[in-house]
Design a protein around this ligand. Sequence first.
Ligand SMILES: C[S@@+](CC[C@H](N)C(=O)[O-])C[C@H]1O[C@@H](n2cnc3c(N)ncnc32)[C@H](O)[C@@H]1O
Length: 231
Amino acid sequence: MEERQIKSRQRVAERGEVFTAEREVNAMLDLVKQETERIDSRFLEPACGTGNFLAEILRRKLDVVSRLYQRQVAGVQLQSVIAVSNIYGIDIMMDNVEECRQRLLEILCEWYPRALPGSEAPAELRQVWQYLLERNILWGDALTLRLPVNADASEAEKLNAEPITFSEWSFISDMVMRKDYHLAALMQAQTQSVPDLFSDLGDEAHLPPKPVREYKPVHYMKIATFYDTQH
Ligand SMILES: C[S@@+](CC[C@H](N)C(=O)[O-])C[C@H]1O[C@@H](n2cnc3c(N)ncnc32)[C@H](O)[C@@H]1O
């Protein structure tokens, strides 16, 4: 099937929107092959478009889930949730964000009957995948690290735009803990370092970022309903 790399000439001119071809996506991901094949490795694509990279990362992770958890329902379900919970994206165009979320959801739904022949993904699990995709693939401006504002917005409006806030999902067995962070704080924490007190080699350690909100642990199948009632 022919790949569509542009949506319109106007979008190419205004946003540099040219999607990466599958061959290049695979060649680039092969440079970090081991990470793409680790179910819980974390990926963030700050200008994800419709998800050419994220879709391939998800496919690779799901292949590993099928291989390691052959026909084990509980393992397949939990590991698929862990895989998707570690995939993050941002795009400034809302239609790209929605297409990306939908595309990843379809990959999950089509993969499930291959991992567990003779069954469809249960509605409860699909709801969890969908919830995570809505929380992890965000509409935002990766340059300001805030929600996009109109081109004619004042400086004050730009500075007051809502910060991009990602959720970290940590799993202990089948319970999940959610912590929300401003992306700006996550990035700052990566660049700030302090001497590592536990190393006598003079190594540097990174200061942990401060979450803006922490939630109680919940069974992973309940996250969609549980977190929605917490707001
Ligand atoms: C060259 S395309 C690449 C898309 C995707 N990464 C791929 O390789 O197929 C660039 C993408 O960046 C998005 N974009 C442009 N400026 C952005 C910004 N400031 N913040 C977030 N996304 C942005 C565009 O909407 C477009 O989807």
